[in-house]
Design a protein around this ligand. Sequence first.
Ligand SMILES: CC(C)(COP(=O)(O)OP(=O)(O)OC[C@H]1O[C@@H](n2cnc3c(N)ncnc32)[C@H](O)[C@@H]1OP(=O)(O)O)[C@@H](O)C(=O)NCCC(=O)NCCS
Length: 145
Amino acid sequence: MELLGMDSIHEVMELEKACFEYHWTEEQFRLGLERGAFFIFGAHEGERLVGYLAFSMIVDEMEILNLAVHPDFRRKGIARELLAAVMRMCGERGMKSGFLDVKESNAPAIALYEKFGFRRNGVRKRYYPDTKEDALLYRYDFTGE
Ligand SMILES: CC(C)(COP(=O)(O)OP(=O)(O)OC[C@H]1O[C@@H](n2cnc3c(N)ncnc32)[C@H](O)[C@@H]1OP(=O)(O)O)[C@@H](O)C(=O)NCCC(=O)NCCS
């Protein structure tokens, strides 16, 4: 697990295309990284990028923006490792809360986030432009309160 820089954008885009129909553009990745708006942790299998997790840290709040593992490498614990690395770093950096949204039909991602202690705290109706599905909103408490 390591933080990815600008030189990994092409690889991240390849993975993004393999995982999502409605995906982020290269421009979005480039601007986000340039402006320090978010960070990306990558998981490699040999030389190949097989998973990534994009997240932001603003003051004491982190947000999971995107998470994807290549279809050929799923159910091997890669997302779990990525999320563990990100949550560890966010804890060390003094984050107090974590946020994310997930499609209500995305059972794999929901199971993963709930295992890590994210708790559902809201719904945003018809949130996603591609499928018009509801977004389930999740929060994580780093303070243990
Ligand atoms: C969600 C995703 C990132 C999981 O990646 P992964 O590397 O296969 O996940 P892991 O192997 O680390 O699994 C960790 C846990 O997640 C849950 N999980 C993962 N895949 C699952 C599936 N197909 N069905 C049910 N639970 C699943 C399980 O709780 C699993 O723990 P377990 O293996 O002990 O049962 C992957 O399926 C993916 O890229 N999906 C498409 C993109 C996406 O939906 N991203 C999330 C956007 S919010």
